[in-house]
Design a binder for this molecule. Structure first.
Ligand code: ZN
Length: 299
């Protein structure tokens, strides 16, 4: 649940099904919005004051893409998000030349790391609407919202990882984060020698609605904070589905997200691998909760 407002003891909350309800604030435990000295980059608290929200894509009846071997997005995306959260929540050393992450105190922990889908029934495999996901990030005052996905329907074989990161056309910071994420995906994934697939315009890119001015994806359109959608690998490609089934690759995916967020939060790096997307005519699946959406009950 995300708290939208309060009146006396009552909390107005948005459910993962994107409905609004009122609950008695005296009967529930809730996590207060992180407080910090300021919302600008360069604040004295550094990473300790930073707020990151990770959004594992899909869940419940909303399955996203499924590989030919049956591996589906919700559990894979959640596992990657949890691994990235674990990395962000503790100090590490990072060899920025090689990308190797070790134990140590060189890079501090990020103060607040939230997941939009975490505890709950069926190991957090429940549906969550796009507005709910963005409201969690907005109300946390997040420095970044990373929506974690894997892809389907490539154009064909690709010379290396066909990773994509979508950014919002209305946010320079979203675009910068997408470019940094692309650099870290290439670094993490290029060590895996398999038959990759991809779109000819793979890279850091945007997608517009037919009005030609607003973002096509609801997460990017609705978020009030810098948001991106990662499409790290093609779960529809048997070779990449097999990779996504391994701990090694999911950890490499999480490490790419970790390094990208640390760079985004602590450097002015501009990112790269920006591409000009070609026009898409096929409608992607909508992110609205199904009419059967069930509000998860905490175990
Ligand atoms: Zn997806």
């Amino acid at each position: 649940m995300a708290v939208e407002g309060r009146r006396d003891d009552w909390l107005e909350v948005r459910t993962p099904c994107d409905t609004i309800m009122w609950v008695d604030g005296r009967t529930v435990a809730f996590t207060p919005t992180p407080t910090r000295p300021g919302s600008d980059r360069g604040r004295p608290g550094g990473l300790a004051d930073a707020v990151v929200v990770l959004d594992p894509g899909h869940g419940g009846p909303n399955r996203g893409a499924t590989g030919p071997g049956g591996l589906a997005e919700p559990a894979v995306n959640l596992d990657i998000a949890r691994r990235a959260a674990d990395l962000l929540r503790t100090s590490h050393t990072v060899d920025w030349g090689s990308g190797v992450i070790g134990t140590g105190q060189g890079t501090g922990a990020v103060g607040t790391v939230w997941l939009t889908r975490t505890a709950g029934p069926e190991d957090a495999d429940y549906e969550a609407g796009l507005l709910f996901r963005t409201r969690v990030a907005d109300m946390a005052g997040a420095d970044a919202l990373v929506s974690i996905h894997n892809n389907a329907d490539p154009d064909g074989p690709y010379d290396g990882p066909g990773s994509e990161v979508f950014y919002s056309v209305t946010s320079d910071e979203s675009r910068r984060l997408a470019g940094i994420l692309m650099e870290e995906f290439r670094r993490s994934f290029s060590t895996f020698d398999i038959d990759w697939v991809g779109d000819t315009d793979a890279g850091a890119k945007y997608r517009l609605r037919s009005d030609g001015t607003t973002d096509y994806y609801g997460i990017l359109r609705n978020a009030g904070v810098p948001a991106v959608i990662t499409e790290g690998a093609y779960i529809s490609n048997p070779a990449e589905e097999a990779l996504l089934g391994t701990v090694e690759f999911r950890q490499a995916y999480a490490e790419a997200i970790y390094r990208a967020l640390i760079r985004f939060l602590t450097t002015p790096d501009p990112g790269s691998f920006f591409t000009e997307p070609y026009e898409r005519f096929v409608e992607a699946g909508r992110g609205d909760p199904l009419p059967t959406c069930q509000i998860p009950v905490q175990p």
